[in-house]
Ligand binder design. Structure first.
Ligand code: BGC
Length: 250
């Protein structure tokens, strides 16, 4: 079955049709730069443009970089504040004319990695982290997601972890791989202490350069790079949208 997956990020909004049984893109990815300011109106117009690009009328799964409950954005760490309290799921459904399911971006990436990537077959406690502008998180217990964890906002040395250890901070502060990995280690150690995970999956764009910094990470828990790279969000979003097909068929 093919469904449309869309990944809303700070710099780009990307979509593709996804073969949800194979966990793979069924078309080329279509990317449009995120409109600035990234207001609900402008972003949902862009999402609609992507669905038109694919002449799509079926269910859409869409990620968003914030806490999403019942379709409503409840936070806005790296997006326009005007999103808070907006039923973004409904807004996008209206603009696209398609039944829509909205979920947190790291949760979507985690869903895809657990089924088709680095977490495949993992039964214990798995923590997926995405390092980008912020730090996204998803935790799975025996393969089941506990949605909307926000470990990137865990306080470390008086600051949100993502303000110390995101990939953006690495770039902004021009940190060496080793210096950045030390900050990441502190964050991972804190999570080990609190959750005793069996595996960390390291995601986000920077994960493709894992050979440059994995050797500097000091954890008891195994850390593996994400395998689906920047397609994980799109694939996970489309997988989550399958719930809409099941509702339609009832
Ligand atoms: C947000 C999360 C999001 C993460 C990655 C954080 O700032 O609070 O909801 O998953 O960034 O985009």
């Amino acid at each position: 079955m093919q469904l449309l997956g869309i990944d809303i990020g700070g710099s780009g909004i990307k979509g593709a049709l996804v073969d949800i049984e194979k966990g793979d893109l069924a078309t080329e990815r279509h990317r449009i730069p995120t409109p600035q300011p990234a207001t609900p109106e402008a972003v949902s117009d862009t999402v609609a443009e992507i669905s038109r690009h694919f002449n799509w009328t079926g269910p859409v799964g869409c990620t968003f970089p914030a806490i999403i409950k019942g379709g409503v954005a409840l936070s806005a760490a790296n997006v326009d504040d005007s999103w808070i309290g907006v039923n973004a799921e409904q807004r996008i459904a209206e603009k696209t004319g398609c039944p829509t399911l909205l979920l947190n971006d790291a949760d979507a990436a985690g869903i895809a990695e657990m089924e088709f990537g680095a977490g495949k077959g993992q039964q214990g406690t798995v923590i997926m982290l995405t390092f980008g502008t912020g730090i996204g998180s998803a935790i799975f217990i025996k393969g089941i997601l506990v949605p909307n964890t926000e470990f990137g906002h865990m306080e470390i040395r008086g600051k949100d972890a993502e303000l110390r250890a995101s990939d953006k901070v690495r770039g902004d502060k021009d940190l060496s791989w080793e210096a950045w990995a030390e900050r990441v280690t502190e964050f991972l150690n804190r999570m080990e202490h609190l959750f005793s995970p069996d595996l960390f999956i390291f995601g986000g764009g920077v994960s493709k350069k894992y050979k440059k910094f994995f050797e500097f990470l000091k954890t008891e828990t195994k850390v593996v790079p994400a395998e689906l790279r920047n397609h994980a969000g799109i694939i996970g979003a489309a997988m989550a949208a399958k719930a809409l097909v099941e509702v339609q068929n009832k």
